[in-house]
Design a binder for this molecule. Sequence first.
Ligand SMILES: Cc1cc2nc3c(=O)[nH]c(=O)nc-3n(C[C@H](O)[C@H](O)[C@H](O)COP(=O)(O)OP(=O)(O)OC[C@H]3O[C@@H](n4cnc5c(N)ncnc54)[C@H](O)[C@@H]3O)c2cc1C
Length: 409
Amino acid sequence: MIYDTIIIGGGAAGLLAGVECKRLGESFLIIERNPRVGKKLVITGKGRCNITTYNTNLDDLISKYQRNGKFLYGAFSRFTVEDTIKYFEEVLNIPLKVERGKRVFPKSNRAVDVIYALQNEIGENILPNTSVLKFNLNGNSISSVSTYKGDFQAKRYILATGGKSFPITGSNGDGYTLAKDIGHTIVKPKPALVPIICEEKWVKDLAGLSLKYVTISAYQEKKKVVSGFGEALFTHEGLSGPIVIDMSREVGDTLEKGNVSLSIDFKPAIPREELDQRLQTDLKSLAKKNLRTFLKGYLPSSLIPVFIELTKISPSTQSCDITKDQRETILNLLKDFRLTVKEIGTWDKAIVTSGGVSIKEIDPKSMKSKIVENLYFAGEIMDVYGPTGGYNLQICWSSAILAARDTHL
Ligand SMILES: Cc1cc2nc3c(=O)[nH]c(=O)nc-3n(C[C@H](O)[C@H](O)[C@H](O)COP(=O)(O)OP(=O)(O)OC[C@H]3O[C@@H](n4cnc5c(N)ncnc54)[C@H](O)[C@@H]3O)c2cc1C
């Protein structure tokens, strides 16, 4: 049998491409290496699947993408965030809700419902437990794909094998080899949206402590490389949480050129001079309190022992005995609490991949290869990624729909 479309990879992008092929009345097959499809999708959004971001301003949306955002104009203007929401609610019957930070989730809070709905639409057209090993070319066109179960033929092929992040879910970078072997350029894949590992041993004492409304900046010597405001989290090895993982790729790149440190500003809304005034006033009014009690007005309790150790002031020192130099030390640590970056997390912790199939070789209006006649790309396999918050799945949805619809437009 010659299918209209063969989709390689049953992740977010491959599955939605399948749904759309079905709607268009095509014959199609999704070839997936795992026994089940959607192994990564099921763990997205901590099992709740942050489907997209409710950002309907195209320019603003694009500006949030950390790598090759402009390439996404074609896909995001043709299948918008609003189209995505409508598709999920009306075609897939998944009621959605918008949460803090414009994050869109299924009302059921269950990622597994998304997979069931996608599978339900796709029906029998999935071949599990099967890895695509290579494309066979006839001139400039793919004639078939080879697997251990034999060769499969289609008029066109959508490559949706994901990147290299969380390889346990099936995305081990195979797609890059498949694409490279037929002439595509692969921009070196690197882990992105990963926790940052720090040198300081005391971070393990703070593991689990979450920080809200802080600013974290990465520095190389005196040069600020990147900065973010919001939530962060101490881990056994360093820092994680939205603002940290969103800056991890830039930190990783900078680390290749030399040392990088992270600076936490615990009071970003208060300018340094004003904070100093406040410290002076509080030190007077809480004159008989010790340093530990005094700092409770400024920091989460679990951070205080480490903080005091770094000040090198005795915890029993009364506020009235704090010297000007000691106050300066406290002020510095509140505004510029430093950690030394050791490395960034590895593939097994990466939410997405930075790098992949060069977008210069993909038509942004259709996701069609500019190198091979009947090949399309969808999802994380392409050299484009965005921050946490639904931005990466939106790449999958829009690119999958474009790839599926192209021959029907
Ligand atoms: C823990 C975690 C949480 C996340 N949460 C969110 C979130 O809430 N919101 C968000 O927007 N993004 C989130 N992401 C990112 C998002 O999940 C990915 O960007 C997205 O799933 C990528 O989809 P994809 O279809 O391109 O690739 P994948 O989901 O990786 O699917 C690729 C599929 O191809 C299969 N495959 C690979 N090679 C072959 C082969 N040779 N033959 C056959 N099959 C093959 C794989 O087994 C896999 O099933 C999260 C990522 C992680 C790791």
